[in-house]
Design a protein around this ligand. Structure first.
Ligand code: RET
Length: 279
């Protein structure tokens, strides 16, 4: 088994007579993780600085967005140093007519730190969008709980040893994702349209960007983690591109637009003004 340090550690052969296959990242994958770590770190610092430059009543989006990249920084550090990485063993049985059955054993790296990151950051991203549109509390909760179910069932899917339960978990995650799509595309858009024109237009743009981007994640997952059709390096690079678009690019777009719109995109009541101070 090849560790992140490049050192090769022999593992015992799981099924006598068959050589296990190891699917691990190479130096390219590892370098990519470090690059994204640095990008997330710099973005976080930029978002905290931007937060301090606006009055506290207008700071909620800045704080949320800075937290999102802070969690990503931590998770990318964990993956780059090799701590946020496990491996999953998959046994594929080949039945043959006149010969005894043979087995292929595959060990593939699972970057579980991603799921820890996503379980915190995707709800925060949803909060950004829901506050922008002015979605009510119950709908926000539904979106966030569906999101947590989506990420956790995705994590279980990543560690299954057999093929069929894996796609069962995947199906559950996709159903939860449909709930999120409903909350953003139908509920959120409707609520945003009741606000001023600028907010409605901006919500349609950044919400649409989010839905397209988020939909690519389960596709990559299916190709890489699910059916193992691309290697671990390509998987890391694909998620790296998506993560940079979904966090720093999303964040700068949201904050610059929000600052430019000034009053129109500010949120009402409780959340904007602190505990209970309305108006
Ligand atoms: C999984 C696999 C199971 C099916 C589905 C998934 C959806 C994941 C999504 C992730 C979004 C991540 C973001 C990260 C931010 O940087 C868990 C991959 C539906 C939508 C936006």
């Amino acid at each position: 088994f090849k560790k992140h340090t490049g050192e090769v550690v022999p593992l015992p052969t799981a099924v006598p007579g068959n050589t296990p296959i190891y699917q691990t990242a190479s130096a390219t994958g590892n370098r990519t993780l470090w690059v994204v770590f640095v990008i997330m770190l710099i973005s976080s610092l930029a978002f905290y600085i931007m937060a301090f430059r606006v009055p506290v009543q207008k700071r909620l989006f800045h704080i949320l967005t800075a937290f999102i990249t802070t969690f990503a920084t931590i998770s990318y550090y964990a993956m780059a140093v090799g701590d946020g990485v496990g491996k999953n063993k998959i046994t594929i049985k080949h039945t043959q007519k006149h010969f005894p059955d043979t087995y292929d054993v595959i060990y593939r790296e699972v970057y579980w730190a991603r799921y820890v990151d996503w379980s915190v950051t995707t709800p925060l991203l949803l909060l950004d969008l829901c506050f922008l549109a002015g979605v009510n509390g119950a709908s926000i909760l539904v979106a966030i709980v569906a999101d947590i179910i989506m990420i956790l069932t995705g994590l279980f899917a990543a560690f299954t040893v057999d093929e069929s339960p894996k796609w069962g978990w995947y199906a559950m995650a996709c159903i939860a994702y449909l709930v999120i799509i409903y909350q953003l595309a139908i509920n959120g858009r409707q609520t945003a349209m009741q606000k001023d024109n600028k907010t409605a237009t901006f919500f349609a743009a950044i919400g649409g960007f989010t839905l397209v981007l988020w939909t690519v994640y389960p596709i990559i997952w299916g190709i890489a983690d699910g059916s193992r059709n691309i290697n671990v390096d390509s998987e890391i690079i694909a998620y790296a591109v998506l993560d940079i678009l979904a966090k720093p690019v999303f964040g700068f777009w949201l904050l610059f637009t929000h600052d430019a719109m000034s009053n129109s995109a500010s949120i009402d009541g409780f959340w904007a003004n602190g505990l209970g101070k309305e108006g």
